[in-house]
Design a binder for this molecule. Structure first.
Ligand SMILES: *Cc1c(COP(=O)(O)O)cnc(C)c1O
Length: 435
């Protein structure tokens, strides 16, 4: 570092940590969090993104809205609605309020009228049943994978899970359906071929060793061409004849059909089509917190709830509260982003582009999270030079754009309109640093 290097002017860590407001924040937020905020501001100055004189005020601003976590909020400008790397579904205001309300002592397992212990999560269960009347009972667990593990364990441990070879999917890092089922102590009984499975394939495999029949929605891919699959209405009589439960892993957790996504299965339809139990996620198309849902016939849900594994995958009070508010409350951000008004989206995009002298291009968003593969969500994007991307990611607010065809694209579908001003400021700052 030369004597004239502007980085020499960056305030030292001990000096920043000794500022009265920073000292107070160390008590309030914890040393770890405060040190991380200090380091972050210094790093930005070292990278030339922040002038050294502004480091102190940046640290003070960061600790004043600091909240004990170093997780940084990100504006999702990718157009991907359920973005796994960004924590999937952003919560609705109602769900956030419910989280906060549930953060202290709450009656999650207590009947205040009698003072007696009650079943855990009755309110979330009631909200799910009201939203999906086709289900007789519901159970909420930690995530979609846990719901599936619990179902196959409770219904088929030591026996066979009959599943089509066309449905032996890998959803994402660490989720390979065959491995997951093998880990439960059930044996996978594969039937059919990758592209074609027939009813007689299932029929031939069923016997006294069968624990359940499993249908899996191959969320993140689709096969085309010479294909055949057996759907739930066809499997129902076979399951009844053999007295085995029919399980449908839907993935996305839609409770009712969404006309925008005709290929996406939903709980109400799957149950009407004959599934005994359906499983799905709370934080994909349902738009709620991370959770796993099991909905279906009382007898089957009871078997799941009574299995010892249920205790190991149970949902916490914060999840139950946020899920109840999501299901019973107004449309969550995921639903709003999916159904964003095209004219409004275009006007916002053009306003942002004009303000920074950039162009607008047609751009398709995606459902993401393994949902509705290949279904485009037609919209627009502001087109910026590729070099803006890194600066946007490390700016304040942090913005995640889409890199495509040598350009940095900003799709506003998943950016709340209330954040348009913040986004504009972030884009201006990023472009300034390129020039
Ligand atoms: C996403 C998905 C899962 C796993 O759900 P998580 O909530 O991520 O645990 C299981 N099955 C299918 C079909 C899925 O799409």
């Amino acid at each position: 570092m030369s004597l004239t290097d502007p980085r020499r002017g960056i305030p030292r860590t001990d000096a920043l940590l000794a500022l009265p407001a920073v000292l107070a924040a160390r008590t309030r937020l914890g040393d770890h969090v405060v040190r991380a905020l200090v380091r972050d501001a210094q790093d930005r100055a070292r990278r030339g993104e922040l002038s050294p004189e502004l480091v102190e005020s940046t640290v003070l601003a960061a600790i004043s809205d600091g909240c004990g976590t170093t997780l940084r909020p990100v504006l999702n400008a990718t157009g991907v609605v359920v973005h796994t790397n960004l924590g999937r579904a952003p919560l609705s205001d109602a769900a956030v309020a419910a989280l906060v309300a549930a953060s202290g002592y709450v009656d999650v397992e207590l009947d205040l009228a009698t003072g007696a212990r009650s079943k855990r999560g009755v309110a979330a269960r009631a909200a799910l049943l009201a939203a999906c009347p086709a289900a007789e009972d519901a159970l909420v667990v930690n995530n979609g994978a846990a719901a599936l593990v619990l179902a196959t364990t409770a219904l088929a441990a030591g026996r066979e899970v009959v599943v089509s070879r066309g449905e032996l999917i890998e959803i994402g890092a660490g989720f390979r359906l065959p491995d997951l089922i093998a880990s439960t102590g059930a044996t996978l009984r594969e039937v059919g071929t990758t592209n074609r499975t027939h009813l007689h394939d299932y029929a031939d495999a069923l016997g006294p060793q069968t624990g359940c029949i499993l249908k899996v929605h191959p969320s993140n891919f689709a096969i085309h061409g010479f294909t055949a699959a057996v759907d739930l209405p066809e499997l129902r009589p076979l399951a009844s004849e053999h007295g085995v439960p029919l399980v449908a892993d839907l993935g996305s957790g839609l409770l009712a059909p969404d006309p925008l996504l005709p290929g996406e299965p939903d709980a109400a339809t799957a149950l009407a089509d004959g599934a005994d139990v359906v499983t799905g996620s709370g934080d994909k198309l349902l738009g709620g917190p991370q959770a796993g849902l099991a909905l279906g016939r009382t007898e089957v849900i009871t078997r799941l709830a009574r299995h010892p594994l249920a205790r190991a995958v149970r949902a916490d009070k914060l999840t139950l509260a946020a899920l109840e508010a999501t299901v019973a409350g107004p449309a969550p951000p995921v639903t709003q982003a999916l159904h964003a008004d095209p004219d409004r989206l275009r006007a916002r995009t053009e306003r942002l582009a004009a303000a920074v002298g950039a162009g607008v291009i047609a751009h398709d968003g995606r459902v993401g999270g393994g949902g509705a593969p290949g279904v485009p969500l037609a919209g627009w994007a502001v087109r910026l030079p590729e070099a803006a991307a890194a600066r946007l990611r490390t700016g304040d607010p942090a913005v995640l754009p889409r890199l495509h065809d040598g350009a940095c694209l900003l799709d506003l579908r998943c950016v709340p309109e209330a954040d348009d001003e913040g986004l504009l400021a972030a884009v201006r700052a990023a472009l300034d640093r390129i020039d």
